[in-house]
Write a protein that binds this ligand. Structure first.
Ligand SMILES: [Zn+2]
Length: 415
Protein backbone atom coordinates (compact mmCIF):
# COMPACT_ATOMS: atom_id res chain seq x y z
CA UNK A 1 0.00 0.00 0.00
CA UNK A 2 1.40 3.41 -0.87
CA UNK A 3 1.62 6.20 1.62
CA UNK A 4 -1.12 8.20 -0.03
CA UNK A 5 -3.56 5.29 -0.06
CA UNK A 6 -2.97 4.76 3.64
CA UNK A 7 -3.66 8.41 4.33
CA UNK A 8 -6.91 8.36 2.43
CA UNK A 9 -7.94 5.23 4.30
CA UNK A 10 -7.37 6.76 7.73
CA UNK A 11 -9.40 9.82 6.89
CA UNK A 12 -12.08 7.64 5.26
CA UNK A 13 -12.18 5.51 8.43
CA UNK A 14 -12.66 8.63 10.52
CA UNK A 15 -15.51 9.80 8.26
CA UNK A 16 -17.13 6.38 8.30
CA UNK A 17 -17.04 6.14 12.10
CA UNK A 18 -18.67 9.57 12.36
CA UNK A 19 -21.31 9.11 9.71
CA UNK A 20 -24.22 8.79 12.18
CA UNK A 21 -23.39 12.26 13.52
CA UNK A 22 -22.46 14.15 10.36
CA UNK A 23 -24.50 14.99 7.27
CA UNK A 24 -23.74 14.05 3.65
CA UNK A 25 -24.37 17.71 2.82
CA UNK A 26 -25.51 20.76 4.82
CA UNK A 27 -29.29 20.99 5.23
CA UNK A 28 -31.50 23.97 5.91
CA UNK A 29 -33.45 22.54 8.85
CA UNK A 30 -31.61 21.87 12.12
CA UNK A 31 -31.07 18.32 13.35
CA UNK A 32 -29.50 16.98 16.52
CA UNK A 33 -26.01 16.10 15.33
CA UNK A 34 -23.28 17.45 17.59
CA UNK A 35 -19.54 17.07 17.31
CA UNK A 36 -17.80 18.50 20.37
CA UNK A 37 -14.12 19.24 20.23
CA UNK A 38 -12.20 19.38 23.50
CA UNK A 39 -9.23 21.72 23.26
CA UNK A 40 -6.70 22.93 25.80
CA UNK A 41 -5.35 26.32 24.73
CA UNK A 42 -1.90 26.90 26.18
CA UNK A 43 -0.17 30.29 26.10
CA UNK A 44 3.31 29.84 24.70
CA UNK A 45 4.19 33.47 25.35
CA UNK A 46 2.68 36.32 27.34
CA UNK A 47 -0.63 37.39 25.76
CA UNK A 48 -2.99 40.32 25.98
CA UNK A 49 -6.68 39.53 26.30
CA UNK A 50 -8.32 42.82 27.16
CA UNK A 51 -11.46 44.65 26.11
CA UNK A 52 -10.51 48.16 27.22
CA UNK A 53 -6.88 47.79 26.16
CA UNK A 54 -5.56 47.76 29.71
CA UNK A 55 -7.27 45.40 32.08
CA UNK A 56 -7.12 41.63 31.59
CA UNK A 57 -10.49 40.03 30.82
CA UNK A 58 -11.73 38.30 33.94
CA UNK A 59 -14.79 36.82 35.59
CA UNK A 60 -15.79 35.62 39.02
CA UNK A 61 -16.05 31.86 39.11
CA UNK A 62 -17.88 30.00 41.84
CA UNK A 63 -16.15 26.75 42.51
CA UNK A 64 -16.98 24.42 45.36
CA UNK A 65 -17.60 26.73 48.32
CA UNK A 66 -15.36 29.59 47.18
CA UNK A 67 -15.55 32.42 44.68
CA UNK A 68 -12.46 33.53 42.85
CA UNK A 69 -11.63 35.91 40.02
CA UNK A 70 -10.17 34.04 37.06
CA UNK A 71 -8.94 34.96 33.57
CA UNK A 72 -11.37 34.82 30.68
CA UNK A 73 -11.13 34.33 26.92
CA UNK A 74 -14.30 35.50 25.21
CA UNK A 75 -16.03 33.14 22.80
CA UNK A 76 -16.32 35.93 20.23
CA UNK A 77 -12.55 36.45 20.29
CA UNK A 78 -11.97 32.77 19.67
CA UNK A 79 -14.43 32.69 16.78
CA UNK A 80 -13.04 35.86 15.16
CA UNK A 81 -9.53 34.49 15.28
CA UNK A 82 -10.51 31.09 13.86
CA UNK A 83 -12.54 32.74 11.09
CA UNK A 84 -9.64 34.95 10.03
CA UNK A 85 -7.48 31.84 9.85
CA UNK A 86 -10.10 29.88 7.90
CA UNK A 87 -10.64 32.65 5.35
CA UNK A 88 -6.88 33.11 4.86
CA UNK A 89 -6.49 29.39 4.29
CA UNK A 90 -9.29 29.38 1.70
CA UNK A 91 -7.59 32.25 -0.17
CA UNK A 92 -4.38 30.23 -0.18
CA UNK A 93 -5.86 26.93 -1.26
CA UNK A 94 -9.07 27.41 -3.25
CA UNK A 95 -9.12 30.89 -4.84
CA UNK A 96 -9.14 29.46 -8.36
CA UNK A 97 -11.74 26.82 -7.52
CA UNK A 98 -14.02 29.45 -5.96
CA UNK A 99 -13.77 31.65 -9.03
CA UNK A 100 -14.67 28.71 -11.24
CA UNK A 101 -17.56 27.70 -8.99
CA UNK A 102 -19.08 31.19 -8.78
CA UNK A 103 -18.66 31.98 -12.45
CA UNK A 104 -18.99 35.49 -13.83
CA UNK A 105 -19.13 37.30 -10.49
CA UNK A 106 -15.67 36.06 -9.54
CA UNK A 107 -14.53 35.66 -5.97
CA UNK A 108 -12.76 38.39 -4.07
CA UNK A 109 -11.44 36.13 -1.32
CA UNK A 110 -14.25 36.85 1.18
CA UNK A 111 -13.81 39.18 4.15
CA UNK A 112 -14.33 39.57 7.91
CA UNK A 113 -16.57 42.63 7.38
CA UNK A 114 -19.92 41.61 8.81
CA UNK A 115 -22.22 42.71 5.99
CA UNK A 116 -19.74 42.11 3.25
CA UNK A 117 -19.03 38.41 3.49
CA UNK A 118 -19.24 36.51 0.21
CA UNK A 119 -21.84 33.95 1.39
CA UNK A 120 -20.53 31.58 -1.26
CA UNK A 121 -17.52 29.94 0.37
CA UNK A 122 -17.28 26.90 2.69
CA UNK A 123 -16.21 29.20 5.55
CA UNK A 124 -19.31 31.45 5.28
CA UNK A 125 -21.52 28.36 5.04
CA UNK A 126 -20.03 26.87 8.21
CA UNK A 127 -19.49 29.93 10.42
CA UNK A 128 -22.50 31.89 9.17
CA UNK A 129 -22.98 35.44 7.97
CA UNK A 130 -25.45 38.24 8.53
CA UNK A 131 -27.83 39.23 5.76
CA UNK A 132 -26.17 41.21 3.02
CA UNK A 133 -27.83 43.54 0.46
CA UNK A 134 -29.39 40.97 -1.81
CA UNK A 135 -28.52 37.68 -0.31
CA UNK A 136 -29.46 35.45 2.59
CA UNK A 137 -28.64 35.14 6.27
CA UNK A 138 -26.70 32.05 7.26
CA UNK A 139 -26.78 30.75 10.82
CA UNK A 140 -23.46 29.60 12.21
CA UNK A 141 -23.10 25.90 12.90
CA UNK A 142 -20.03 26.41 15.09
CA UNK A 143 -20.70 27.24 18.74
CA UNK A 144 -18.05 28.67 21.05
CA UNK A 145 -18.42 29.62 24.68
CA UNK A 146 -16.37 31.69 27.10
CA UNK A 147 -13.25 29.94 28.33
CA UNK A 148 -11.77 30.44 31.79
CA UNK A 149 -8.42 29.83 33.42
CA UNK A 150 -8.05 27.20 36.11
CA UNK A 151 -5.86 29.52 38.21
CA UNK A 152 -6.88 32.80 39.80
CA UNK A 153 -6.23 36.08 38.02
CA UNK A 154 -3.58 37.15 40.54
CA UNK A 155 -1.54 34.05 39.78
CA UNK A 156 -1.57 34.42 35.99
CA UNK A 157 -1.63 38.12 35.20
CA UNK A 158 1.36 40.35 35.12
CA UNK A 159 0.67 44.01 35.69
CA UNK A 160 3.22 46.43 34.39
CA UNK A 161 3.75 49.93 35.66
CA UNK A 162 6.07 52.06 33.68
CA UNK A 163 8.06 54.50 35.75
CA UNK A 164 9.50 57.12 33.45
CA UNK A 165 12.60 58.05 35.41
CA UNK A 166 13.81 60.84 33.16
CA UNK A 167 17.46 61.74 33.44
CA UNK A 168 17.49 64.16 36.35
CA UNK A 169 19.36 63.17 39.52
CA UNK A 170 16.56 64.36 41.71
CA UNK A 171 12.87 64.60 40.90
CA UNK A 172 9.47 64.45 42.48
CA UNK A 173 7.86 61.00 42.47
CA UNK A 174 5.60 60.48 39.45
CA UNK A 175 2.68 58.06 39.35
CA UNK A 176 3.45 54.94 37.31
CA UNK A 177 1.82 54.63 33.93
CA UNK A 178 -0.30 51.51 33.75
CA UNK A 179 0.71 49.25 30.88
CA UNK A 180 -1.70 46.63 29.49
CA UNK A 181 -2.04 43.48 31.55
CA UNK A 182 -0.44 40.34 30.23
CA UNK A 183 -1.52 36.77 30.79
CA UNK A 184 1.67 34.91 31.65
CA UNK A 185 3.14 32.17 29.53
CA UNK A 186 1.81 28.77 30.55
CA UNK A 187 -1.74 29.99 31.26
CA UNK A 188 -4.25 27.31 30.24
CA UNK A 189 -7.79 27.68 28.88
CA UNK A 190 -9.81 24.44 28.59
CA UNK A 191 -12.34 24.92 25.75
CA UNK A 192 -15.21 22.97 24.26
CA UNK A 193 -16.30 23.95 20.74
CA UNK A 194 -19.45 22.43 19.27
CA UNK A 195 -20.13 21.83 15.60
CA UNK A 196 -23.76 21.13 14.73
CA UNK A 197 -25.11 19.35 11.63
CA UNK A 198 -21.80 19.54 9.80
CA UNK A 199 -20.39 17.41 7.00
CA UNK A 200 -17.27 15.34 7.61
CA UNK A 201 -15.40 17.77 5.35
CA UNK A 202 -16.43 20.70 7.54
CA UNK A 203 -15.31 18.88 10.68
CA UNK A 204 -11.91 18.10 9.13
CA UNK A 205 -11.59 21.72 7.94
CA UNK A 206 -12.35 22.95 11.47
CA UNK A 207 -9.84 20.55 13.06
CA UNK A 208 -7.20 21.76 10.62
CA UNK A 209 -7.94 25.41 11.47
CA UNK A 210 -7.73 24.70 15.20
CA UNK A 211 -4.45 22.89 14.67
CA UNK A 212 -2.99 25.77 12.65
CA UNK A 213 -4.24 28.73 14.67
CA UNK A 214 -1.79 30.15 17.17
CA UNK A 215 -3.02 33.72 17.69
CA UNK A 216 -6.05 34.56 19.79
CA UNK A 217 -5.26 38.07 21.03
CA UNK A 218 -6.37 41.33 19.45
CA UNK A 219 -5.52 41.68 15.76
CA UNK A 220 -3.41 44.72 16.47
CA UNK A 221 -1.21 42.99 19.00
CA UNK A 222 1.97 41.19 18.11
CA UNK A 223 2.00 39.41 21.46
CA UNK A 224 0.70 36.07 22.50
CA UNK A 225 1.32 32.71 20.96
CA UNK A 226 -1.16 29.94 21.68
CA UNK A 227 -0.88 26.21 21.20
CA UNK A 228 -4.16 24.36 20.75
CA UNK A 229 -3.97 20.81 22.11
CA UNK A 230 -6.91 18.93 20.60
CA UNK A 231 -7.68 16.36 23.30
CA UNK A 232 -10.69 14.65 21.81
CA UNK A 233 -13.53 14.63 19.30
CA UNK A 234 -16.90 13.62 20.77
CA UNK A 235 -19.91 13.06 18.51
CA UNK A 236 -23.45 12.46 19.72
CA UNK A 237 -27.07 13.45 19.25
CA UNK A 238 -26.74 15.57 22.38
CA UNK A 239 -24.56 18.58 23.07
CA UNK A 240 -21.73 18.05 25.55
CA UNK A 241 -20.56 20.01 28.63
CA UNK A 242 -19.42 23.64 28.50
CA UNK A 243 -15.88 25.00 28.84
CA UNK A 244 -16.73 26.38 32.30
CA UNK A 245 -17.95 23.03 33.59
CA UNK A 246 -14.75 21.33 32.43
CA UNK A 247 -12.50 24.03 33.93
CA UNK A 248 -14.25 23.92 37.27
CA UNK A 249 -14.02 20.15 37.43
CA UNK A 250 -10.29 20.21 36.69
CA UNK A 251 -9.67 22.55 39.65
CA UNK A 252 -11.76 20.32 41.93
CA UNK A 253 -9.82 17.26 40.81
CA UNK A 254 -6.48 18.97 41.42
CA UNK A 255 -7.59 20.04 44.89
CA UNK A 256 -8.73 16.50 45.64
CA UNK A 257 -5.20 15.24 45.02
CA UNK A 258 -3.61 17.45 47.68
CA UNK A 259 -2.96 15.65 50.96
CA UNK A 260 -3.81 17.13 54.35
CA UNK A 261 -1.01 18.95 56.12
CA UNK A 262 -0.56 21.27 59.10
CA UNK A 263 -1.28 24.37 57.03
CA UNK A 264 -3.87 22.83 54.71
CA UNK A 265 -6.69 21.12 56.47
CA UNK A 266 -9.88 21.63 54.53
CA UNK A 267 -10.93 21.47 50.89
CA UNK A 268 -11.23 25.24 50.60
CA UNK A 269 -7.53 25.64 51.43
CA UNK A 270 -6.66 23.01 48.86
CA UNK A 271 -8.68 24.74 46.16
CA UNK A 272 -6.97 28.02 46.94
CA UNK A 273 -3.59 26.34 46.78
CA UNK A 274 -4.44 25.03 43.29
CA UNK A 275 -5.79 28.35 42.07
CA UNK A 276 -2.84 30.35 43.30
CA UNK A 277 -0.11 27.93 42.22
CA UNK A 278 2.78 29.27 40.14
CA UNK A 279 2.49 26.67 37.40
CA UNK A 280 0.35 23.76 36.27
CA UNK A 281 1.65 20.71 34.42
CA UNK A 282 0.24 20.65 30.90
CA UNK A 283 0.26 16.87 30.62
CA UNK A 284 -1.58 16.46 33.90
CA UNK A 285 -4.18 19.06 32.91
CA UNK A 286 -4.66 17.37 29.52
CA UNK A 287 -5.46 14.12 31.28
CA UNK A 288 -7.76 15.79 33.82
CA UNK A 289 -9.56 17.79 31.13
CA UNK A 290 -10.39 14.59 29.26
CA UNK A 291 -11.51 12.83 32.45
CA UNK A 292 -13.61 15.85 33.44
CA UNK A 293 -15.29 16.16 30.04
CA UNK A 294 -16.19 12.46 30.07
CA UNK A 295 -17.39 12.43 33.68
CA UNK A 296 -19.66 15.42 33.18
CA UNK A 297 -21.00 13.95 29.93
CA UNK A 298 -21.74 10.74 31.74
CA UNK A 299 -23.62 12.67 34.45
CA UNK A 300 -25.62 14.34 31.70
CA UNK A 301 -26.48 10.91 30.26
CA UNK A 302 -24.31 11.33 27.18
CA UNK A 303 -22.38 8.18 26.41
CA UNK A 304 -19.57 7.80 23.93
CA UNK A 305 -18.09 4.60 22.54
CA UNK A 306 -14.32 4.86 22.12
CA UNK A 307 -13.15 4.53 18.52
CA UNK A 308 -9.54 4.37 17.44
CA UNK A 309 -7.75 5.45 14.36
CA UNK A 310 -5.19 2.68 14.30
CA UNK A 311 -1.64 2.68 13.11
CA UNK A 312 -1.53 3.19 9.37
CA UNK A 313 -0.74 -0.43 8.49
CA UNK A 314 -4.05 -1.60 9.96
CA UNK A 315 -6.22 1.02 8.35
CA UNK A 316 -7.66 -1.18 5.61
CA UNK A 317 -8.55 -3.92 8.05
CA UNK A 318 -9.99 -1.38 10.43
CA UNK A 319 -12.39 0.16 7.94
CA UNK A 320 -13.58 -3.34 7.00
CA UNK A 321 -14.35 -4.13 10.65
CA UNK A 322 -16.16 -0.84 11.01
CA UNK A 323 -18.36 -1.50 8.03
CA UNK A 324 -19.17 -5.00 9.28
CA UNK A 325 -20.03 -3.72 12.73
CA UNK A 326 -22.49 -1.20 11.38
CA UNK A 327 -24.00 -3.47 8.72
CA UNK A 328 -27.75 -3.94 8.83
CA UNK A 329 -29.49 -7.01 10.24
CA UNK A 330 -29.76 -10.21 8.25
CA UNK A 331 -33.05 -10.67 6.41
CA UNK A 332 -36.06 -11.89 8.37
CA UNK A 333 -35.10 -10.25 11.67
CA UNK A 334 -37.46 -7.82 13.24
CA UNK A 335 -35.45 -4.63 13.00
CA UNK A 336 -37.46 -2.83 15.64
CA UNK A 337 -37.11 -5.53 18.27
CA UNK A 338 -33.39 -6.01 17.70
CA UNK A 339 -31.72 -2.78 16.76
CA UNK A 340 -28.20 -3.03 15.39
CA UNK A 341 -26.95 -0.37 17.76
CA UNK A 342 -28.33 2.13 20.17
CA UNK A 343 -29.13 5.53 18.72
CA UNK A 344 -28.25 7.07 22.08
CA UNK A 345 -24.58 6.17 22.05
CA UNK A 346 -22.09 8.56 20.52
CA UNK A 347 -18.52 7.99 19.45
CA UNK A 348 -15.28 9.49 20.71
CA UNK A 349 -11.71 9.77 19.46
CA UNK A 350 -8.82 10.41 21.82
CA UNK A 351 -5.85 12.72 21.36
CA UNK A 352 -3.70 10.05 19.69
CA UNK A 353 -6.36 9.16 17.12
CA UNK A 354 -7.03 12.84 16.38
CA UNK A 355 -3.31 13.50 16.00
CA UNK A 356 -3.07 10.77 13.33
CA UNK A 357 -5.83 12.53 11.41
CA UNK A 358 -4.24 15.97 11.92
CA UNK A 359 -0.93 14.68 10.61
CA UNK A 360 -2.60 13.58 7.42
CA UNK A 361 -4.40 16.85 6.83
CA UNK A 362 -1.70 18.37 4.66
CA UNK A 363 -2.49 21.24 2.30
CA UNK A 364 -3.33 18.93 -0.61
CA UNK A 365 -5.79 16.93 1.47
CA UNK A 366 -7.42 20.06 2.97
CA UNK A 367 -7.71 21.56 -0.49
CA UNK A 368 -9.46 18.47 -1.83
CA UNK A 369 -11.87 18.50 1.14
CA UNK A 370 -12.71 22.16 0.51
CA UNK A 371 -13.26 21.53 -3.19
CA UNK A 372 -15.74 18.77 -2.29
CA UNK A 373 -17.40 21.14 0.19
CA UNK A 374 -17.81 23.93 -2.42
CA UNK A 375 -20.08 21.56 -4.26
CA UNK A 376 -21.93 20.40 -1.15
CA UNK A 377 -22.95 23.90 0.01
CA UNK A 378 -24.54 24.94 -3.28
CA UNK A 379 -28.05 23.96 -2.18
CA UNK A 380 -27.77 25.60 1.22
CA UNK A 381 -26.53 28.89 -0.20
CA UNK A 382 -28.89 29.14 -3.15
CA UNK A 383 -31.46 31.89 -2.35
CA UNK A 384 -33.97 30.13 -4.63
CA UNK A 385 -34.04 27.19 -2.24
CA UNK A 386 -34.93 29.29 0.78
CA UNK A 387 -38.68 29.48 1.23
CA UNK A 388 -38.71 31.97 4.05
CA UNK A 389 -36.81 35.21 4.21
CA UNK A 390 -37.28 36.19 0.58
CA UNK A 391 -39.54 39.16 1.19
CA UNK A 392 -37.91 42.44 2.05
CA UNK A 393 -39.52 42.57 5.48
CA UNK A 394 -38.26 39.17 6.46
CA UNK A 395 -34.79 39.98 5.22
CA UNK A 396 -34.57 42.92 7.59
CA UNK A 397 -35.75 40.71 10.40
CA UNK A 398 -33.02 38.18 9.69
CA UNK A 399 -30.42 40.90 9.69
CA UNK A 400 -31.57 42.30 13.03
CA UNK A 401 -31.69 38.87 14.59
CA UNK A 402 -27.94 38.56 14.10
CA UNK A 403 -27.20 41.76 15.94
CA UNK A 404 -29.03 41.09 19.18
CA UNK A 405 -28.35 38.43 21.81
CA UNK A 406 -30.01 35.06 21.47
CA UNK A 407 -32.11 35.46 24.58
CA UNK A 408 -33.85 38.61 23.35
CA UNK A 409 -37.09 37.99 21.53
CA UNK A 410 -37.47 39.45 18.09
CA UNK A 411 -40.31 41.89 17.67
CA UNK A 412 -42.53 40.79 14.79
CA UNK A 413 -43.19 44.34 13.55
CA UNK A 414 -39.65 45.43 12.76
CA UNK A 415 -40.40 46.22 9.14
ZN1 LIG B 1 -17.26 33.74 2.28
Amino acid sequence: MTNNETKINNIETFKELLKDFTLPMPENKPKENYVNILVLRELKSAARFTTDGVEANSAIMRIGSIEETVGKMFGRKQVASDRRKAKALQRTLISEEMKTAIGDEGWNGCTMKVNDMCQKCPECALFGSAASEESISITSRVMYDEAYTIRALNAIVQEYFQNAPGDDYSKKPTPGIREPDFFKEGTLFPCVITLRDVTAEELLFFLNITDRNSRYGATTTRFGKVQNHILGVYASHREGPSSLEVTRNIALKLAGKIEDSDTIKNFEDKLKKVMFSDTLHVDEIKKLATESYEEISNNQRINYLAKDILSTSNAAEHIEKTINATASNPEGNNTIASPVKSMGVGVKFNEISVSIILKELNDDVVKSLLVVQIDKIKNLLNPKNIQEGTSKAQKVKAGKAKAIPKSTSIEPNIA
